[in-house]
Design a protein around this ligand. Structure first.
Ligand SMILES: Nc1ncnc2c1ncn2[C@@H]1O[C@H](COP(=O)(O)OP(=O)(O)O)[C@@H](O)[C@H]1O
Ligand SMILES: [Mg+2]
Length: 162
């Protein structure tokens, strides 16, 4: 079974942990150079949105494969208020809380695939992927588990498996 890394997000500490773990996983998977910064920045933005707009949630990061493509998959999930108009939220400069309104469009631009599934009153799930160069394929066999620190981010009550 494929490994996944979960980071609970309820504060700035969680954002930092998700960013660091995402960067470490991307590096393990063979990404390098500016890709590591791009991936970490996209993770920061969706994690920040959880804290600012939904209060708490989680980030799930995992290796991803499709055919000959290998990369990283990042899911940001919350049970917050949801987004009434996703198309509007995706526009540069649109913010409901006097933010810059660049987080969602910025993250989409940084990643290769980006999808938002949001239901008002139920929550929001952002799924994004970045595909790496062919060399990644050989790196996948070397992937190791990286430590996560969910306790520091606060796991209280969210996303516990039965
Ligand atoms: N996880 C979320 N839950 C609820 N609303 C969200 C979430 N993420 C984004 N939004 C909505 O989409 C808008 C645009 O997000 P974003 O582009 O990151 O800009 P900003 O965070 O600066 O407002 C936010 O102002 C908010 O209304
Ligand atoms: Mg934002």
């Amino acid at each position: 079974m494929q490994h996944q890394w979960h980071v609970a997000i309820s504060s700035t500490a969680g954002i930092v942990i998700a960013r660091q773990n995402g960067r470490a996983l991307a590096k393990e998977l063979g990404f390098g150079g500016s890709d590591l910064t791009l991936i970490a920045t996209a993770i920061s933005e969706v994690a920040r949105n959880i804290v600012e707009h939904a209060r708490c949630g989680e980030i799930i990061m995992a290796p991803s494969h499709r055919g000959h493509q290998h990369g990283i998959s990042i899911v940001a999930r919350d049970r917050g208020p949801g987004i009434p108009d996703v198309q509007q939220a995706m526009q540069y400069g649109y913010s409901t809380c006097r933010g810059l309104g660049a987080g969602l469009p910025g993250a989409k631009w940084l990643m290769d695939e980006f999808n938002i599934d949001s239901t008002v009153g139920q929550g929001t799930t952002v799924t994004m992927k970045k595909w790496g160069p062919q060399v990644l394929a050989s790196q996948f066999s070397k992937t190791r588990s990286i430590p996560t620190n969910e306790a520091a981010a606060g796991t209280s009550g969210y996303g516990r498996s039965p």
